[in-house]
Every structure is written in structure tokens, then in C-alpha cells.
Write a protein that binds this ligand. Structure first.
Ligand SMILES: C[S@@+](CC[C@H](N)C(=O)[O-])C[C@H]1O[C@@H](n2cnc3c(N)ncnc32)[C@H](O)[C@@H]1O
Length: 361
């Protein structure tokens, strides 16, 4: 008699992040999961409640012990998140227990599929990057894919189209400082940092207070306002910093201040310390600015009123969420700018919901 009658999925060997991810997702959909491995793993044991020990697949008693566990636990499918064991398990199950389903692709095939999907995504975006570069030499397909991949590892609110347009416009940016107002965990910041380095534009300054009081969108519906209550702002701050660690950036500093106070520091003209403590010298003139902080009309207007005074001729403004479901602050500010500054504007377009504006030389 099986110890359990409810059908289960056996995760073997349950030794890595893929095993834990499956366990969590399966639990969320109410699927019973049994975890087994040939070596101890405290993390999986704690998450699963129990980690059954099986011999190595190379041991003589593996087959008997594996099949006994499968029978006792009413196992109907097997997930195998280790590539070498997956290959063994394909043959083993076909010979010994063909009714047990080996689910998912092998880890190697998953990597190949993920790589191909990423390259297809970059291929789709490359024409947009090139259109935004308007004939200037811009990123290769491999660079677009690499930047997308790094950005996608970071939680954030910048979509592919906006990031692709950013990649393109840097090809025709002037030299000067690159500034971002509103960084969250750094998705757009890592892209700006790469582009600033790649096109030798200038150092990056990011400004974000990571503070609940600043994040409330007073103009937006109440449902959106409560979203900001969910964040742990120390996690946001630490998450941003560690997401930028691999960029080894000595040409980036962050001001944990609201935009207005950040502008006062920037306008002071003193070097600002990088996360590693090195002084970063800014020219005081901005080549590219990404405004993605508080989206209330008054906040966006203040961001533009302050920071755009430093935008160089030929400089770029990226005004996020010009098209936005939760309010019209960025759109009202953007439209006023397009109307009032028309004589100073060389071109403007909307991409990935953001407004891109280039000043004349
Ligand atoms: C939409 S998120 C930024 C998304 C980010 N650029 C990305 O690509 O993932 C808005 C950010 O603006 C920040 N913020 C809110 N008020 C601000 C202010 N007054 N000055 C600067 N940043 C602000 C918030 O802390 C939040 O991290």
C-alpha cells in the first residue's frame, strides 16, 4: 500500500534553485511534491518539509530504492533539474517505469531555448534601436541582447521598447552627464550606465530617496497609492546597490534624496561619492536625462523645471509614462514642453510609453 494515495511529482535530485522554484510553484497550484537527493541539502529539506535520501544513480541499489520511493509516494511524474541525471533518467524511466512521466526539458535544452528566445527578442528590437540612432553607429545585435538580459534580471518598470529606444538615442547623444530621477531597483540605471560608458558620454548620477512619503502618487486612484505601502524601502536601496555591483562603476554616484534636494547637491558642483567611495566629478551639464520619479503633475513639473535647465543643446529628455493608465502628470508636463519649447526641439517621439525629446544644437 502506498503511504500516500494523492498523486505526487518527484523532484530528483532536489539540490538546486530550479528544484526550489518548482516546489514553490507546484505548492501554489496545489500539486503534491516529494523531494529526494543523494546528498544532504538543508535548504531544500526545510522548504520541502522532508528530503528523501536515495543512492547515487551509479549505485547498484538505485533502481530498487528509487522505485520503492515512487510507489510509496504515489509518484506519477518526475522533474529532474540536473542535466547529467536528466539524461540518465530519460533512459531509466523508459526501461523501468514508462508510465512515469519525465516532465520539462533537460536543463541544457532549457538554456538553449532561453538563449534563442533572447536573441529573437533582441532581433525584433534591433530595427527600433537603429531607427532611434538615425544612422549613427549603434549597438550590435549581441550588445542589444546582452543589455536586455542584464536589465531583465532586475525588477523594474522599464519595458523592452523604451530600453531599445534608449539604446538607440545614445548613439547621437552629446557629451555630458547622464541623470536618472527615480531608479527603483536599477533596471533602467544599468542600461544607462552601459550606454554612457559605451558611447563615452559621461558619468551617471541616479537620484532616488527610496522613501514611502515621496512615493505616494496623490493624483492617482487609491488602489495605486496603497502599492507603495508594500515596499520595504531598505530592500529597495540595498537591492539597487547590489544590482549595480557587477557594473564595477566608478563613473556612477547615487543620491538618496528626493529630486529637488538632489538637484541642489548636483548644482553645488562638488564631486559626489560613488557606492565604493570614489569621488565622481560631474560637468554640471546634462547630455541625457531620464525622468521616472514621482508621476504626480506637480512632481514631474518640478523635475523638469529644475533639471532641464542643465540640459545641453542637442541633449535628450526621456520622460517616462507619458502614456500612463494611472494618471496624466507626465503627459501634461510633456505636452506643455512640446508646445512651449517647440522652437528649441529638434525631434520628439513616444516609444514604450515614454516621451523622447531631443533639443536642437
Ligand atoms: C517608476 S519607479 C522607477 C523605475 C525605474 N526607472 C525602472 O526602470 O525600473 C519610480 C521611482 O521614483 C522614486 N521617486 C519617488 N519620488 C521621487 C522623488 N521625489 N525624487 C526622486 N525619485 C523619486 C521612487 O522611489 C521609485 O523608485
Amino acid at each position: 500500500m502506498p503511504a500516500h494515495t494523492e498523486a505526487a511529482t518527484l523532484v530528483f535530485p532536489a539540490v538546486n534553485a530550479a528544484a526550489l522554484d518548482y516546489l514553490k510553484a507546484a505548492r501554489n497550484r496545489g500539486e503534491r511534491v516529494v523531494c529526494a537527493a543523494s546528498v544532504a541539502n538543508d535548504e531544500v529539506a526545510a522548504a520541502a518539509g522532508e528530503l528523501h535520501r536515495l543512492p547515487s544513480i551509479h549505485d547498484a541499489d538505485f533502481a530498487v530504492r528509487f522505485l520503492a520511493l515512487a510507489d510509496a509516494q504515489s509518484v506519477v511524474r518526475v522533474l529532474c533539474p540536473v542535466s547529467t541525471v536528466y539524461a540518465f533518467m530519460t533512459r531509466f524511466l523508459a526501461q523501468r517505469r514508462p508510465e512515469l512521466q519525465l516532465i520539462g526539458e533537460s536543463p541544457v535544452q532549457q538554456q538553449i531555448a532561453a538563449h534563442r528566445a533572447l536573441m529573437a527578442r533582441a532581433q525584433r528590437l534591433l530595427p527600433l534601436v537603429e531607427r532611434c540612432a538615425d544612422g549613427a553607429p549603434s549597438l550590435s545585435l549581441r550588445e542589444v541582447a546582452g543589455v536586455l538580459r542584464q536589465a531583465s534580471l532586475i525588477y523594474g518598470e522599464s519595458n523592452d521598447e523604451k530600453l531599445a529606444a534608449m539604446m538607440g538615442i545614445f548613439a547621437r547623444a552629446q557629451q555630458g552627464d547622464v541623470v536618472e530621477i527615480g531608479s527603483l531597483m536599477g533596471r533602467s540605471a544599468v542600461v544607462l550606465l552601459y550606454l554612457a560608458w559605451r558611447h563615452r558620454i559621461g558619468p551617471l548620477l541616479t537620484v532616488d530617496p527610496w522613501a514611502a512619503a515621496e512615493c505616494v502618487q496623490r493624483d492617482s486612484p487609491a488602489a495605486l497609492q496603497s502599492v507603495t505601502d508594500e515596499w520595504d524601502y531598505e530592500v529597495l536601496s540595498e537591492g539597487f546597490m547590489l544590482n549595480l555591483v557587477p557594473c564595477c562603476a566608478d563613473d556612477h554616484a547615487h543620491l538618496r534624496l528626493p529630486s529637488e534636494a538632489g538637484f541642489a547637491v548636483y548644482a553645488g558642483g562638488e564631486p559626489i561619492r560613488s557606492p565604493l567611495g570614489h569621488p565622481v566629478a560631474y560637468s554640471g551639464t546634462i547630455a541625457v536625462i531620464h525622468i521616472d520619479g514621482n508621476h504626480d503633475y506637480a512632481a514631474v513639473k518640478k523635475d523638469c523645471d529644475l533639471w532641464l535647465t542643465r540640459l545641453v543643446p542637442g541633449g535628450w529628455l526621456i520622460l517616462d509614462d507619458y502614456v500612463w493608465a494611472h494618471g496624466d502628470g507626465p503627459q501634461r508636463v510633456g505636452d506643455a514642453l512640446l508646445r512651449d519649447q517647440a522652437g528649441r526641439i529638434e525631434c520628439a517621439f513616444c516609444c514604450g510609453k515614454a516621451l523622447f525629446v531631443k533639443l536642437r544644437h
